[in-house]
Design a protein. Sequence first.
Length: 224
Amino acid sequence: MSNLDTEIATTLTRLRQLDTCTVSDALDRLRLPGVVTGMPRQSGEGRIAGVAITVKLDAGPPPDGPPRHLGTRAIDSAGPHNIIVVEQRTGRDAGCWGGLLSLGARTRGVQGVIADGPVRDIEEAQRYGLPVFTHSLTAFTARGRVVERDFNVPVQIKSVVVRPGDYVLADRSAVVFIPSQHVTDVLAAAEEIAAREAAMAAAISSGTPMVEVMGGAYEYLLRR
């Protein structure tokens, strides 16, 4: 394993210990964007964390060259530390992800899929146990409606710009994107916030009055 692979693995191990709410607080403290809500998990189980591989879809004719179905290059480039992030913001009711893609991603060990656009064949993703987060489902095929414009380029997921190599954390509360250049600072802040909240939880369990626990220590939690 290379030094870079070791660094990514260590970062993901730390990230998986945190929930999106804690990481959201860390982003607030650092005044960074990255939180996307209204993107529920439609299949799979548990929290996922990984490094983004991106897919950008568009309306219109397909690019020049031999026919190529959307998402396939991303899957072939992905591995067990990746999450595939798909932008389909055309407004067309057309699947940006489907059953055979879910099978291919699961075969490659991909952690999951985040799709800003409709997903089809969700029962197949559920059967394969692939975590898929999206705001809408459809039966409409992409054929003749949307095409892959590029992959591993910046994409927009709701209001957040996501770049290849950014870190992704997703659970039932939200999806969070962390720019790779900020991940060290975000993790440090999130771990410190988690430790302070654990101490508050212990105080509550020991009988400390809530008004005391949830006073200044909580209200000023995001201050550096």
